[in-house]
Design a protein around this ligand. Sequence first.
Ligand code: DGY
Length: 323
Amino acid sequence: MAAARQRVWVSQPLFADIVARLQPHADVIATPEVTQHSPQAIAAALREVDGALVTLNDPIGAAEVADAPRLRAIANVGVGYNNLDVTALTQAGILITNTPDVLTETTADFGFALMMATARRISEAERWLRDGLWRQWSFETLLGSDVHGATLGILGMGRIGQGIARRAAGFGMRVLYHNRSRLPEAVERECRAEYVDFDELLARADHLVLVLPYSPQVHHLIDAAALAKMKPTATLTNIARGGLVDEDALADALTGGRLAAAGLDVFEGEPAVNPRLLALRNVVLTPHIASGSLATRRAMVALAVDNLIAALGFGPDAGRPPT
Ligand code: DGY
């Protein structure tokens, strides 16, 4: 008797031509539009399938897989996977994969660009110009702070943090970093980065970039106390996860002249953005697009599809260890 075909749920629209690689091996249940699925809808979708391709829009934990007897693998299309309760899913015997490496350089490009845009007030300047406020060239208009020669602080020195450090060398920046564990000396040399403790990083950085993974242990790591340790002339850039920053404390620091500017690609309640941040001129806001080049987003989906194929044991990737 022929084995039953496997079934895969794709939680969001992803590149259809890449997802189609699953079709010879499995029935694909696609989601035609970007959807904020309710927990009940996620549970219902997972009930019937062997595998799922999901994104950071889709929180999945014990409740969502409680009645998913066939489910064996979830491929997250993203390097961060704080949308998944790893402990609960592992206990339920479900393999989880993510998409490291393929987005490293693109995300580092964006982190550096956002830090520069924040330091040089690029969004604010464009809004000012579009609002018709440019009447005459003036010497003191929209003065920012330098990136070249400044001290860059990187919090979280994984692959993306290291990518940002390598870029900073070209700008003659001094690079300080803090990380859960110190990097091997050879990597520090290659990145021209100096390890410092958290407080020293805050105190010395002219531009601080957050690139660390989110977990409840680092919730609001950048709170009022941390912000108070930073230079009032410093900038803060976050391309990691919104929950790392206490957004009200950040808004207080930015309005109170205790921090010069912030560049935020991620938000605690995204897609909602704290209205206090929306109202500030010295904040650059982007909608979680750090990995968003066409080539990289396609590479992420391709890797996630390959991971799912490997995990579910069909097709040419069967048997290779998923990432
Ligand atoms: C990730 O991969 O974790 C990003 O935040 C989404 O691309």
